[in-house]
Ligand binder design. Structure first.
Ligand SMILES: Nc1nc2c(c(=O)[nH]1)N[C@H]1C(S)=C(S)[C@@H](COP(=O)(O)O)O[C@H]1N2
Ligand SMILES: [Mo]
Length: 210
């Protein structure tokens, strides 16, 4: 367990307690090659699955001590988390100050208890999409499964009922209409990662394609 992990978890705990001061945003918060937009464009494979809340499930399993399948009610009964972050799409638009509410990845990890063998996380969606991240990237104070955007239920076109938000990566690393989260002991590439997009996807180094 590294010191950086502890610092991130402490920051998340302060956010959960409402004690973390808003991040001071520098003027140079636009990553290289990006332009700021003021709308929320829709980007996906073209289908917007409609998932009724009484049919919605989130399966979380793999290299964990306590696999779970959450109903919508069980998901909402978990500690809720609101955070503001910037959103960077690889097609060069960024939107600042996106307020998302949902369940923090830290909360899900505390629930399922990743085994020591878990190193990567694979996300699957209702539209056939998938994406992957190192577990360490998911265990950050700003990563969440969001059901609400700017105080409104997340619309179907933006991945509602619930989608993943990984602010420090290009937005394709956040699965809309998420239905399954698998903890793995190795890396498996997702939909865009096998099609030439970078596996690491860091906006600050313009890490767009592999
Ligand atoms: N399920 C699913 N999630 C997805 C995608 C997708 O096609 N399907 N597209 C990704 C890409 S490339 C981007 S830029 C963001 C766009 O999210 P938005 O449509 O809410 O702007 O979702 C990501 N998550
Ligand atoms: Mo994207």
């Amino acid at each position: 367990m590294n010191a950086d992990y502890v610092a991130r978890k402490e920051r998340w705990a302060r956010k959960m307690a409402g004690q973390e001061k808003p991040t001071v945003r520098s003027a140079d918060r636009l990553p290289p090659g990006q332009r700021q937009v003021h709308n929320f464009p829709v980007l996906d494979l073209g289908t917007h699955p409609e998932v009724p809340l009484d049919k919605w499930e989130l399966k979380i399993h793999g290299h964990v001590e306590n696999p779970v399948t959450l109903s919508w009610q069980q998901f909402l009964a978990l500690p809720q988390f609101t955070d503001t972050s910037d959103f960077h799409c690889v097609t060069t638009w960024s939107q600042f100050d996106m307020e998302f509410s949902g369940v923090a990845f830290f909360t899900l990890a505390d629930l399922v208890k990743p085994k020591a063998s878990a190193t990567h996380v694979f996300f699957k969606s209702h539209d056939g999409y998938s994406t992957n991240n190192p577990l360490d990237v998911c265990l950050d104070d700003d990563v969440l499964i969001a059901h609400t955007w700017n105080g409104q239920p997340l619309s179907s076109e933006h991945g509602g009922p619930a989608r993943v938000i990984v602010p420090k990566r290009y937005a394709w690393k956040g699965a809309k209409w998420v239905r399954e989260i698998t903890f793995l002991d190795r890396d498996i590439l997702g939909f865009w990662e096998v099609r030439g997009y970078s596996n690491t996807a860091d906006p600050w180094t313009e890490d767009r394609f592999s």
